[in-house]
Design a protein. Structure first.
Length: 386
């Protein structure tokens, strides 16, 4: 077992939101990593795992002070997205100056399958995770504890690293996690702190996943690498228990990290459980999600259920463009997303808010066609997110 000078090996899990907000954004991604790692007895007995959850307004110096002023970790794992990539790269360099023997692990949508670029930009990064991270991260920590060299990780699937000669090695990607109940819940296991120092719910909303994957293959989207794949769902009983924990601690709303909520029959069941939880605890009071692109009878039933029970939600028209050429290049012609005007009229009749999404500069679009589509949308919806 690898020894350290301070007892248990220290592992820092780092996440940073995009917005500067009065309350934190819930660190669900690194919460999953911590929960999966601590479910392993060897890791539990030999490692100290700590989450560092930074706000969108936190700068480089503030983060470095929080991470390194009290103690120095042995392993740093970063949940990387576009807005934090460069900051995290710089923090990795700072860490390696302090602890050259330490390990730096990058995972997340912005770096998965991009190891050549990542390690060129930031040579201090040791491992890039290319797939669902929970069990890969656990296995990396076990290899660290066994004294394995960070240049000899070929036994672990779904990663990229540099061998002793400095050559990039990418291992085969493992199959997706079939049974999501195998992934420990960061909410039920207590690995994500839910209350602040005053005893109040510490996040702007409670984040949850009810499913993983996306059946579409839109050219602009990665969605955790699980595009063009069958949706996998978490067990209903587990989701109900997570809702009750979040409601008990007075989470004002729930935001779902799902790609197409409303597509599955289980989505209506989730909303029914959400309503019952609200009746029991008085919370949560809102639901935010990315809705199914093709609106089925199931979607309309969900919307009616939310309205009848005074659960506020906003509804996204994820159109991206109204230009047929751009839609074809986006691989979205198989969706009925552009049959949107009838849906907007129905939502308006129900007194429900909706907004639209558009992508500026999509291949196949032009300046004039984009503005024409924008104007057409603006006549029907109050807000457009570009």
């Amino acid at each position: 077992m690898r020894q350290t000078n301070h007892g248990k090996a220290r592992v820092w899990l780092v996440q940073k939101g995009v917005w500067d907000m009065p309350k934190e954004s819930m660190p669900l991604a690194v919460g999953y990593l911590k929960a999966a790692a601590l479910a392993n007895e060897t890791i539990r007995e030999n490692m100290q795992l700590e989450i560092f959850n930074f706000d969108g307004g936190d700068g480089q110096i503030a983060m470095a002070n929080a991470l390194f002023s009290q103690s120095i970790p042995d392993v740093m794992a970063f949940s990387v997205l576009g807005w934090n990539y460069r900051m995290f790269g710089t923090l990795a360099e700072t860490f390696k100056q302090i602890n050259p023997a330490g390990w730096v692990i990058f995972g997340g949508n912005h770096v998965a399958n991009q190891a050549e670029r990542v390690m060129r930009d930031y040579p201090m990064v040791d491992v890039v995770v290319n797939c669902e991270g929970e069990f890969v991260f656990r296995d990396l920590l076990l290899e660290y504890l066994q004294g394995r060299s960070k240049h000899d990780l070929s036994a672990i699937s779904g990663i990229s690293y540099l061998d002793e000669a400095g050559r990039l090695v990418t291992t085969t990607e493992p199959p997706r996690i079939h049974d999501l109940s195998d992934v420990p819940s960061p909410i039920l296991s207590g690995t994500i702190p839910l209350l602040d120092a005053a005893g109040d719910f510490r996040y702007d909303v409670g984040l949850m996943e009810t499913s993983r994957g996306c059946p579409y293959s839109c050219a602009f989207c990665f969605w955790g690498g699980a595009v063009g794949q069958k949706l996998r769902v978490f067990p209903r009983e587990r989701l109900r228990e997570e809702l009750e924990v979040l409601a008990f601690y007075k989470a004002p709303g729930i935001a779902l990290c799902d790609s197409n909520f409303g597509m599955l029959k289980s989505d209506l069941e989730f909303v029914e459980d959400l309503v019952h939880t609200r009746e029991k605890f008085g919370y949560p009071r809102t639901l935010i999600t990315s809705w199914a692109k093709n609106k089925s009878a199931n979607f309309y039933n969900i919307v009616k259920t939310l309205k009848e029970n005074d659960m506020h939600s906003s509804f996204t028209l994820a159109l991206q463009t109204l230009n047929d050429t751009a839609l074809t290049l986006m691989k979205r012609r198989n969706m009925r997303v552009n049959e949107w005007e009838e849906l907007v009229a129905w939502l308006d009749e129900q007194g429900l808010e909706c907004y639209a999404e558009m992508i500026w500069g999509a291949p196949g679009d032009t300046f004039t066609l984009f503005l024409e589509g924008y104007d057409r949308l603006a006549r029907r919806v109050p807000r457009i997110a570009t």
